[in-house]
Design a protein around this ligand. Structure first.
Ligand code: ASN
Ligand code: ZN
Length: 332
C-alpha cells in the first residue's frame, strides 16, 4: 500500500525542512503526492545514467552535508516543492503546465559538473555536484530558476536566443527571487542575488545581481540596440534590473540584511510598487501577453497592458512599471 507522508529533509542550503514523500510497504521514497507526484532521483554520477528514485527505510533525507548522497536529493526536492507552492499559492498555477502534474529532479549528474538545467524532453531538472570550490548546484534559487524554465516553455515559450532568450533567462531569475522570498526560510533568506550559495566562481560572489547586473562583469544593466547578440544570461540583465527597480525602487536599500544599490540609465528615480505586484505583473504578462518572439519593447508593452488592466491607466503601478522600464533604457 502507499500513503502520503511528510518526511524530514536535512538540506545543505536550507536547514531542516519538511519534504513530501510516499510510503510504500516498509520503505519510503521521494515522490511528493501532494505536489503532482514530483519525484527526485539519484543519477549517481551518471550522464545521464540510470536514475534511481531516492528511497530508504526511514523518512529522513540527507544529513546537511554534501558527502551524504541523499543531501542533494533533499535540497532538490525542497526547491521543487517550494517552487510548486509559490506558483500554486501565489500565482494560481497548478504545476509547471498548469495541469497538476509534477516534474522530476535528478541530482549527482556526471563528474565535476558545475551547472543545472531544465529539459522539456524529460519534463525534468538535472543538477551537477559542482567542480573545485563550487558546491552542489541544488540551492533553492537555482532550483526555482530551472523549474521556471519549464513554466516559460509551457507558456510564452520564449525562444532561447536574442532578446527573447534574455527575457526567458530573466523570467527564471525573477521567479527564483520571488520563490526565495516566498519560502521565507531563515537559513536561506530572500534576496535579489542569483546563486549566492553555490560559489560557482570560487570567490564567494553570486552568479548574478539584479539590482545592478553589471556587477558580475558581462551582464548588461541597460537595453541597447544589439543586446540581442549577447549570451542570454547577460542580455537578461535589463529585465532583471527592471524587476528590482519595480520591486524596490532606485538607489540604496537594504532588504533582509543585504545592501543594494540600483542605478537608472536616465538618472531619474523609480518609485517601488513592491515585489509582489512586480512578480504578478511579470507572471500575467508571461502567461497572457508574451509569445515566443517577444523582445524588450514587447515586454514593456505586455507588462504595461497587464498593469493597466489590474490597476488602471493612471495608477502608481503603471507609473512604476513605466519608470522602471525607462530606468533600463526601454522606452516607447
Ligand atoms: N543553468 C543554465 C540555465 O538554466 C543552463 C543553461 O545555460 N540553459 O540557464
Ligand atoms: Zn536559465
Amino acid at each position: 500500500w502507499q500513503a502520503v507522508h511528510n518526511g524530514t529533509g536535512n538540506t545543505q542550503y536550507s536547514g531542516q525542512v519538511t519534504l513530501g514523500s510516499t510510503q510504500s510497504g516498509s520503505s519510503y521514497n521521494l515522490t511528493d503526492a501532494g505536489r503532482g507526484n514530483h519525484s527526485t532521483y539519484d543519477l549517481n554520477k551518471g550522464t545521464p545514467g540510470t536514475p534511481t528514485l531516492f528511497s530508504g527505510p526511514d523518512d529522513v533525507w540527507g544529513n546537511g552535508l554534501p558527502a551524504n548522497s541523499e543531501t542533494a536529493g533533499a535540497d532538490a526536492a525542497y526547491g521543487a516543492g517550494v517552487t510548486w507552492d509559490y506558483f500554486k499559492n501565489v500565482q494560481g498555477r497548478s504545476g509547471i503546465r498548469g495541469d497538476g502534474v509534477g516534474a522530476s529532479s535528478r541530482v549527482h549528474y556526471g563528474n565535476n559538473y558545475s551547472n543545472a538545467f531544465w529539459q522539456d524532453s524529460c519534463f525534468c531538472m538535472t543538477y551537477g555536484d559542482g567542480y573545485g570550490n563550487t558546491e552542489p548546484l541544488t540551492a533553492l534559487d537555482v532550483a526555482a530558476h530551472e523549474m521556471t524554465h519549464g513554466v516559460t516553455s509551457a507558456t510564452a515559450n520564449l525562444v532561447y536566443s536574442g532578446e527573447s532568450g534574455g527575457l526567458n533567462e530573466a523570467t527564471s531569475d525573477i521567479f527564483a527571487a520571488a520563490v526565495e522570498f516566498h519560502a521565507n526560510n531563515p537559513q536561506d533568506v530572500g534576496d535579489y542575488l542569483v546563486g549566492e550559495k553555490i560559489d560557482i566562481r570560487g570567490n564567494g560572489t553570486p552568479l548574478r545581481y539584479m539590482d545592478e547586473p553589471s556587477k558580475d562583469g558581462p551582464s548588461k544593466d541597460y537595453w541597447y540596440a544589439g543586446i540581442a547578440n549577447q549570451d542570454v544570461h547577460y542580455s537578461s540583465g535589463p529585465a532583471n534590473h527592471w524587476f528590482y527597480l519595480a520591486s524596490e525602487g532606485s538607489g540604496s536599500k537594504t532588504v533582509n540584511g543585504v545592501d543594494y544599490y540600483s542605478p537608472t540609465s536616465d538618472g531619474l528615480p523609480v518609485t517601488a510598487i513592491g515585489r509582489d505586484k512586480a512578480a504578478l505583473i511579470w507572471y500575467k504578462a508571461l502567461t497572457t501577453k508574451f509569445n515566443s518572439t517577444t523582445d524588450y519593447a514587447g515586454a514593456r508593452a505586455g507588462t504595461l497592458a497587464v498593469a493597466t488592466e489590474l490597476y488602471g491607466a493612471t495608477s502608481p503601478e503603471v507609473k512604476g512599471v513605466t519608470d522602471a522600464w525607462a530606468g533600463v533604457n526601454v522606452g516607447d
